[in-house]
Design a protein around this ligand. Structure first.
Ligand SMILES: Cc1ncc(COP(=O)(O)O)c(C=O)c1O
Length: 314
């Protein structure tokens, strides 16, 4: 989906015009992938625009920066405030929010410790990623392995990780699938190119633990909280590939995918090849909260101070 520009972008502490948010071709990040970032949704419930799990996303951003020895001169509350200011100023929602921190222009070498740390927060209108929530998608197991431990840290959401994601996604699309699921270096199920994965098997909700090279997804955590409250038995365990073929249900979670059911894996039907009852129940609860149809009992939505309301249809 093409990016629709908004008015301002937050850069190192102030709002600047969208077109001025440019960097030099010799910036470290362009050559060595030295960025960490977040992808966050701002929903449009009847009470007014609200950012989903703003604090948790910014905390993960700061955690990612810490892993890569990036000193960020703003704390979590300051960055949450900056995000609210950006979205409020641009007056565009529902939208996607993309905070990004990277190493800028300075030294030419790989060792990046002297290069300036640049921080931007961008927002723009955004809709569905993998399909409509009542659709289920057809996916494959990727021939590409997810990042192995001690190669690139999977818990950090770093730009460089997405070279691996691109290989997984492009291969899946080239072969006629919507998404690819990568196995970890030991052959256990890891995650999609940009989503965490859940399986329902004999009434238990199963997802891979963080040790299987998965990003600690904020949506994954939200679904685990909802499932716990619904008394659905949860197991975080290593998932053998064949579990996907014999599962009763399977679905992806992610900021982009939200909760997206999986219909087939490698052309083998998951369960009856339809959205299953546990997936449906979790989806229903998740969307009811983010759309403001149910009380935000977990405190997941941070209201955006509104300057002028200009809802955008996406
Ligand atoms: C590789 C990967 N795994 C999982 C996720 C899901 O994480 P979240 O729910 O925080 O968006 C994403 C999306 O950001 C991702 O890129």
């Amino acid at each position: 989906m093409a990016i629709q520009k908004t008015e301002k972008i937050w850069y190192n502490g102030k709002l600047i015009p969208w077109d001025d948010a440019t960097i030099h071709v010799m910036s470290h990040v362009i050559h060595y992938g030295s960025s960490v970032f977040e992808g966050i949704r701002c929903y449009d419930p009847p009470a007014g625009p609200a950012i989903f799990r703003a604090q948790e996303h910014i905390q993960r951003l700061l955690d990612s920066a810490k892993v890569y020895r990036m000193d960020v001169p703003f704390n979590r509350d300051e960055l949450v405030k900056a995000m609210l200011e950006t979205v409020g100023h641009n007056g565009v929602w529902p939208c996607y929010v993309r905070p990004i921190i990277f190493r800028g222009y300075g030294d030419a070498g790989v060792s990046a410790l002297t290069n300036p740390i640049e921080i931007y927060i961008v927002n723009y209108p955004w809709g569905k990623y993998l399909g409509h929530e009542s659709d289920a998608c057809d996916v494959c197991i990727s021939s590409w392995t997810r990042l192995a431990p001690n190669t690139l840290p999977a818990m950090a959401k770093a730009g460089a990780n997405y070279m691996n994601s691109q290989l997984i996604k492009m291969e899946a699309l080239a072969n006629g699938y919507v998404e690819g699921i990568a196995l970890d270096v030991n052959g256990f199920v890891s995650e999609g190119s940009g989503e965490n994965l859940f399986v329902v098997h004999r009434d238990r909700l199963i997802t891979a633990p963080l040790g299987n090279s998965v990003l600690p997804g904020i949506t994954r955590d939200s679904i685990l909280q909802i499932a716990r409250d619904m008394n659905i038995p949860i197991v975080e365990q290593m998932i053998p590939r064949e579990m996907l073929y014999i599962a009763d249900e399977a679905f992806f979670t992610g900021t982009a995918a939200e909760v997206t059911p999986i219909r087939t894996v490698d052309k083998i039907k998951v369960g009856k090849g339809m959205v299953g009852p546990i997936t449906k129940a979790l989806q229903k609860e998740f969307y009811a909260i983010v759309r403001g149809e149910k009380t935000d009992r977990y405190g997941w939505l941070t209201p955006v101070p509104v300057r002028a309301k200009q809802p955008v249809t996406v």
